[in-house]
Design a protein around this ligand. Structure first.
Ligand code: BGC
Length: 405
């Protein structure tokens, strides 16, 4: 049997806009009202009201941690206008988690921005960092005593590429220049946020927090062993997987590496153009693998390989997301089980892993894809907001109980 370490964190994640509902002051909500997206989030899972029920389920599933995000646009719906009642809401969320024995893992930026911030140019302007940092300062002062794990920014490169390069997320732009600028801006912001958070804990004489980012890591595998493919895989690995991590690590502003891992990218380049090198993938289903309902390859070995590659940074790793959208719950369990085996293999190979957080606790609003992809351990009936625990969630609960797989 494969034992997981003592004090291992086990849990699931959510993000405010995907589950809370009625986040009327952010840029996503605005784009949804303008019909720029497939579906509107509307009431989502009503998690803003129903969080105590959801956390009770997490507790019953033997979880001992939970990752969620604070919605900046609720805290500061207009510039400088901080809402005491919304701050109080998140204090209650954290208190409820703690009372149920769930360690909070708190994300400060998960893709959404207040409308007023976007109108001023959002993350394309370096001078706008100050607004986010003021929000960070405020929230961390409020929650410092109750929170140990912070994630400043979720998947910075996914955010910059989807919003400014691929143009599929608000503000739906197609500019390489802005994509680079936003990425650099987010790196600079993380570095400052890290220092602010540590500063507050020092001032308050609290035990040092654990501050990191959640990085989206993909397994770049080559289709045919051509020079172009090898070069492209190497380039993508450096750029998409490790560039951001190294940039902030270099400034000593990372206490652990948050890893979001889902899938494989099968590199197949047929010309030397930059787009080809950076994004072309095999279109012929060579080396086929089982897929999730969005067509992403299921490739658990990729998690092992990436974790081994992270070893050189000599930092603990927290799996901040790993999950599958599917209507077939047996496939979900198979996905979780096989990823846990690879996770254990990496632990046995000397990687320090703090915990495993599944994406997601409940089915939710999957951004530009709407509500149809179902990632949850818990099924949501969007007609009546009824929660039903899936079989896979119970299978995971058994693993957690035993602490081994
Ligand atoms: C994001 C989540 C998203 C999940 C599944 C991650 O990129 O952090 O918000 O729902 O992947 O696509």
């Amino acid at each position: 049997m494969n034992k997981f370490p003592q004090a291992f964190l086990w849990g699931a994640a959510t993000a405010a806009h995907q589950v809370e509902g009625q986040n009327i002051y952010n840029d996503w909500w605005q784009a949804e009202q303008e019909h720029l997206l497939k579906e509107a989030s509307n009431s989502a899972c009503k998690h803003y009201e129903l969080y105590p029920e959801d956390f009770t389920i997490a507790r019953q599933l033997n979880h001992n941690c939970h990752r969620f995000s604070i919605e900046w646009s609720r805290i500061e719906p207009q510039e400088g206008n901080f809402q005491a009642s919304e701050i109080e809401h998140y204090r209650k969320v954290v208190a409820d988690l703690r009372s149920k024995g769930l360690e909070p893992v708190v994300t400060l930026h998960h893709f959404t921005n207040p409308v007023w911030f976007s109108r001023k140019g959002g993350w394309t302007k370096f001078k706008q960092q100050k607004y986010f940092l003021r929000f960070v300062d405020r929230m961390v002062r409020e929650l410092a005593g109750q929170v140990k794990f912070w994630i400043t920014i979720n998947e910075p490169l996914v955010y910059s590429s989807h919003s400014y390069f691929l143009g599929v997320w608000p503000p739906k732009e197609h500019s390489l220049f802005k994509t680079i600028k936003v990425t650099l801006n987010l790196a600079g912001t993380h570095i400052k946020a890290y220092r602010i958070i540590h500063g507050i804990y020092r001032q308050k004489n609290l035990t040092k927090p654990m501050v990191g980012i959640a990085a989206n890591l993909q397994a770049f595998e080559i289709c045919q062993p051509t020079l172009k493919n090898k070069l492209a895989a190497c380039l993508r690995d450096k750029l998409y997987n490790f560039y951001f991590i190294e940039k902030i690590l270099h400034r000593k502003t990372l206490d652990y590496i948050g890893v979001n891992y889902y899938s494989r990218n099968l590199v197949d380049v047929n010309n030397w153009g930059i787009r080809g090198l950076l994004s072309q993938t095999c279109q012929f289903n060579h080396h086929p693998l089982p897929k999730n309902s969005l067509g992403w390859d299921i490739y658990p070995e990729g998690l092992f390989k990436l974790l081994m590659a992270l070893k050189k940074y000599k930092l603990p790793v927290l799996i901040t997301e790993n999950g599958i959208c599917t209507e077939d719950d047996n496939l979900r369990w198979d996905y979780i089980y096989r990823h846990l085996l690879q996770l254990h293999r990496a632990i046995a190979g000397g990687v320090e892993v703090l915990g495993y957080i599944y994406w997601s606790l409940i089915d939710n609003f999957e951004w530009d894809k709407g509500f149809s992809p179902r990632f949850g351990l818990v099924h949501i009936d969007y007609q009546n907001q009824k929660r039903s625990v899936k079989q896979s969630a119970m299978q995971l609960a058994e693993v957690i109980k035993k602490g081994e797989i």
